[in-house]
Design a protein around this ligand. Structure first.
Ligand code: SF4
Ligand code: SF4
Length: 180
C-alpha cells in the first residue's frame, strides 16, 4: 500500500427505494423547481440586450464624409495593423465623374472583414489615417453559415441618407476617456 487513504469498495445490495429510483427522481425535480423560480442568468438575445460598457468595441462601420463620399482610400494600413489578418481589400482608381462617391483618388472596390477572425481589438481604427473605419456599439448578428460572416462593403459602409448614418460620437467619447 502506497498511502493510508485506500478505501474498501463494497458492492452493496440496493434498497427497495433505491431500486425504484423515485426518491432520486423527486430529488432531481426539486433541484429543477428550485432553479425555475431563481432569477435567470441568461437573457433572450437579440430581443433583449445587456447594457454594454462605454469602451465597448463592436461591429465596424466604414464612414462617409459630410458630402456622402467614402472616406476609405484603400491604403491598407488597417489590414497591416490587424493582428488577426481579418481585413482584405482590392484598391481601384477613381474615375472621372465618381468624385461624388469617393473622397480620394483611390478607393476600396472590395473591402472585407472576416468577423470570425476579428477579435475586436480596434487596431484597424487606430491605424486608419482617414477616419474611415470605426468600431461601433452594434453587435455582430449570429448566423449559421460561415460565409455570412465575411462582411463586405454592403454591410460595412454606412448609408448616405442622414437616417442611415452610423453615430460614432460614442467611440469618440470612449477614446477621449482612454486618453485621459
Ligand atoms: S478590430 Fe482588430 S481584429 Fe478586428 S479587424 Fe480590426 S484590427 Fe482586425
Ligand atoms: S479603412 Fe482606413 S486604414 Fe483601412 S484602407 Fe481604408 S483608409 Fe486605409
Amino acid at each position: 500500500m502506497l498511502t493510508n487513504r485506500s478505501k474498501v469498495v463494497v458492492n452493496k445490495e440496493m434498497t427497495f427505494a433505491e431500486k425504484i429510483y423515485i426518491p432520486a427522481i423527486v430529488a432531481g425535480l426539486m433541484i429543477t423547481i428550485k432553479h425555475f423560480f431563481k432569477k435567470k442568468a441568461t437573457i433572450n438575445f437579440p430581443e433583449q440586450q445587456k447594457p454594454i460598457s462605454e469602451v465597448w468595441r463592436g461591429l465596424h462601420v466604414l464612414k462617409r464624409d459630410e458630402q456622402g463620399r467614402e472616406n476609405c482610400t484603400a491604403c491598407g494600413l488597417c489590414a497591416v495593423a490587424c493582428p488577426a489578418e481579418a481585413i482584405t481589400m482590392t484598391a481601384a482608381e477613381r474615375k472621372k465623374g465618381e468624385e461624388h462617391l469617393y473622397r480620394e483618388e483611390k478607393y476600396a472596390a472590395v473591402y472585407e472583414i472576416n468577423m470570425l477572425r476579428c477579435i475586436f481589438c480596434g487596431l484597424c481604427e487606430e491605424a486608419c489615417p482617414k477616419e474611415a473605419i470605426f468600431l461601433t456599439n452594434r453587435m455582430t448578428p449570429s448566423d449559421t453559415l460561415r460565409d455570412n460572416f465575411i462582411y463586405g462593403k454592403d454591410k460595412l459602409v454606412e448609408g448616405i441618407a442622414p437616417e442611415e448614418r452610423v453615430d460614432i460620437s460614442y467611440r469618440a467619447r470612449a477614446h477621449r476617456k482612454e486618453v485621459e
